[in-house]
Write a protein that binds this ligand. Structure first.
Ligand code: GLN
Length: 307
């Protein structure tokens, strides 16, 4: 990062820059419980590999992590199951919305990547071999990395299970193709509970820090996964982390990142820091409008892009 301002000054400048973007998006409405959140919330946290931490706004308020959890679920799967994961899910960008169905059928029930819903459901199915409660496994892993105790929002989980019609269609298609082995309802329940994990920006930036530090966690003070895995997760985020808007994100921000429909985005500056941002109003791709704008402003001011 090359800039003249302190990170604290950068964050307050970013907060000012994003103000005109409020009101441009809408909180996720297909999961009814997510609409209860105040749309004007905004929080951001930067955690440096050196240990320093900077926050602005609602950075300590837990929000629904949603698809951001897919990053950690994949990390566990690659750590515990290894390359066998890639027999059930690909590594290519999908160019389609996160819950797109016809591409999956066209490609024989093999999801394009682990971050679209189909791929994440396949990862959940694999994690169910590792732990009886795969959602608790992911929650506890994220909590361990953040050194914080995280919870699953039962109301959000129930709301999503009730309305997961599209995800059920995806899971049924994969069950028919053999990509999913467990009972479809059990996989849906575990997946929805995983998505309902809540985390604050401060904890999310801490949890992702090994991705910026070659697998070492300055928070836990130990190596939590191999350097190779950190590189691979960053590569997948850069190419697949924001679904069908991953190209514009790379163009405007230039950092590996993972978004979720709760309005959270986590981004990695390899070798330097992680950034977590949260604001509930989404664009049509399911990405936080204000979060995207905040990361764009941050990368422009600090010149931290990897590209
Ligand atoms: N992009 C997202 O955050 C999607 C996650 C959400 N739980 C879903 O399955 O639809």
């Amino acid at each position: 990062m090359k800039h003249e301002l302190s990170i604290a000054e950068v964050l307050s400048q970013v907060e000012k820059t994003v103000q005109p973007h409020f009101g441009k998006g809408r909180p996720a409405d297909y999961i009814p419980e997510l609409q209860r959140v105040d749309p004007r919330k905004f929080g951001m946290a930067v955690k440096m590999v050196s240990g320093a931490e900077y926050v602005v706004g609602d950075a300590d308020e837990p929000f629904s992590a949603q698809s951001v959890t897919k990053l950690f679920a994949l990390g566990i799967a690659l750590n515990r199951i290894g390359d066998e994961v890639w027999t059930r899910v690909g590594k290519e960008p999908s160019g389609t919305p996160f819950n797109f169905l016809s591409q999956l059928e066209h490609e024989g029930g093999l999801p394009r990547n682990p971050f679209i819903n189909a791929g994440a459901l396949a990862v959940t199915d694999m994690l169910m071999r590792v732990a009886k409660r795969s959602d608790a496994l992911v929650r506890d892993y994220m909590g361990f990395l953040a050194q914080s105790s995280l919870t699953i929002d039962e109301d959000v989980a129930a709301s999503e299970v009730e309305t997961a019609h599209k995800n059920r269609a995806i899971a049924n298609l994969m069950k028919g193709a053999g990509t999913i082995t467990h009972d479809v309802e059990a996989v849906i329940a575990a997946y929805c509970r995983q998505c309902a994990i809540t985390i604050s920006c401060r904890d999310l930036a801490r949890a992702a820090l090994p991705l910026a530090a070659g697998g070492f966690s300055p928070v836990v003070e130990e190596t939590v996964f191999p350097e190779r895995l950190a590189r691979r997760l960053n590569a997948l985020m850069l190419t697949c982390g924001l679904y069908d808007s991953v190209g514009s994100f790379a163009y405007r921000v230039g950092l590996p990142a993972k978004s979720g429909v709760g309005g959270g985005i986590v981004a990695v500056i390899p070798g330097q820091a992680t950034i977590a941002v949260w604001s509930p109003e989404l664009d049509r791709f399911g990405t936080s409008v204000v979060g995207f704008a905040a990361l764009e402003a941050f990368s422009q001011i600090t010149n931290c892009s990897v590209l």
